[in-house]
Design a binder for this molecule. Sequence first.
Ligand SMILES: NC(=O)c1ccc[n+]([C@@H]2O[C@H](COP(=O)([O-])OP(=O)(O)OC[C@H]3O[C@@H](n4cnc5c(N)ncnc54)[C@H](O)[C@@H]3O)[C@@H](O)[C@H]2O)c1
Ligand SMILES: O[C@H]1[C@H](O)[C@@H](O)[C@H](O)[C@@H](O)[C@H]1O
Length: 338
Amino acid sequence: MTLKLGVIGAGAIGQEHIRRCNNVLQGAKVVAVSDINVDGARAALQRLNIEAEVYADGYQVIQSPEVDAILVTSWDPTHEEFTLAAIAAGKPVFCEKPLAMSAEGCRRVVDAEVKHGKRLVQVGFMRPYDAGYRALKKVITEGGIGEPLMLHCAHRNPSVPESYTTDMAITNTLIHELDVLRWLTNDDYKSVQVVFPRVTSKSHARLKDPQIVLFETQKGVRIDVEIFVNCAYGYDIQCEVVGETGIAKLPEPASVQLRRDAKLSTTILTDWKDRFIEAYDVELQAFINDVKAGELTGPSAWDGFAASVAADACLKAQQSGAIEPVEMPPRPAFYDKH
Ligand SMILES: NC(=O)c1ccc[n+]([C@@H]2O[C@H](COP(=O)([O-])OP(=O)(O)OC[C@H]3O[C@@H](n4cnc5c(N)ncnc54)[C@H](O)[C@@H]3O)[C@@H](O)[C@H]2O)c1
Ligand SMILES: O[C@H]1[C@H](O)[C@@H](O)[C@H](O)[C@@H](O)[C@H]1O
C-alpha cells in the first residue's frame, strides 16, 4: 500500500520533502499540498513534475479523505495548530522543528497525543538520523572517551534574512542542538546562560549575532554552543565531546582533498539542504515505514517539548543575562511504552 501524504507549506523544505517522498523514498506519495501562496505551490509542483491537489488552507489537507498522513513544513508559528488538527483527525503527522513556539504550546500537543492514546507525532529533528552524529554517539556510549565532561559546539549559517530576529537564534536554530545534545549525551539541561559577543557588521538591527549559549547538565557536563548565523563563509556544524580519556568530534561531510596552486583545500558546504540531505532521507523513510507499521519510533512530541522547555529558558537568559534554571517536568509513562 502506498501511503498518501498531505504537505502543508511548500517553501524551501516543503519542496525538498515533496521531492524526496515522491522521487527518492519508498512507499509514499504526496497527493495534496497547501500553501498560503497557492500560485507558488503550483509552480513548485510543476517544477518538480509532480501532480497533487493544491489547497489554500492547510485544514483542507488534513481533512481530505485522500490523505493518510501529514507533513507540516510551514512557518514555525503555524506548527502547533496544524499538528493539533492532525491529532484531532487521528492522522499521523511529521512536524518540522520547532513543534511549537513555547513549551506551553508543545505541552498542548503532548496532552492531545496522550489523550488520543497512541503516538501520532514525529518532530523533524533529523540530526539523530545523521550518520556522523550516530557514529559520535556510538563512540560515547561504548565508553570510547570515558564519561563526557565538556562539549564545544557551533551552529553556523552563512546568512539569514532580515525577518530573522535574536530570539530565532534559539527557537529556529539552536533548537536542533537542544534536541540532539540530549540524545547524544543521554542527559538533560539543568541551567543556561546566554552571552553576546561583539555583533558582526553582517547582521541587522533586530538580530544580535553571534551568541554563545552555556549549559550545565544534570550530570554536571558543561556545554558551550556558538550560534553564528551570518558567518559568511559556509554552513558549518561542529560538535566536539571532551571525555575523561579522549576527545570525539563530529566528522566533517566527505569532501575531496585538493592540492592545487600551492594550497591544500576541502570544500565547506553552504546549505543545510546538502549538509543533512541523507539524514532527511533516512528520517522521512523511517516516518513512512513506522506509519505503515502502525508505530512511530522517531523524535516524539515529548522530545519537541523537552527542547522547547530548554528554549524557553534560553529566551529568558537572553533577556536577563543571568544563569536561568531549566525545569523539566517528569515524562509521562505514555512515552516509555510508545
Ligand atoms: N529540519 C531542518 O533542518 C529544517 C530546515 C529548514 C526549515 N525547517 C523548518 O521548516 C519550516 C519551513 O522552513 P522553510 O525554510 O521551508 O521556510 P520557507 O519560508 O521557505 O517556507 C515556508 C512556507 O510555508 C508557507 N506557509 C506559511 N504559513 C502557512 C500556512 N498557514 N499554511 C500553509 N502554508 C503556509 C509559506 O508561504 C512558505 O511557502 C520552518 O518551520 C523551519 O523551521 C527545518
Ligand atoms: O530552518 C533552518 C534549519 O533548521 C537549519 O538546519 C538551521 O541551520 C537554520 O538555522 C534554520 O534557520
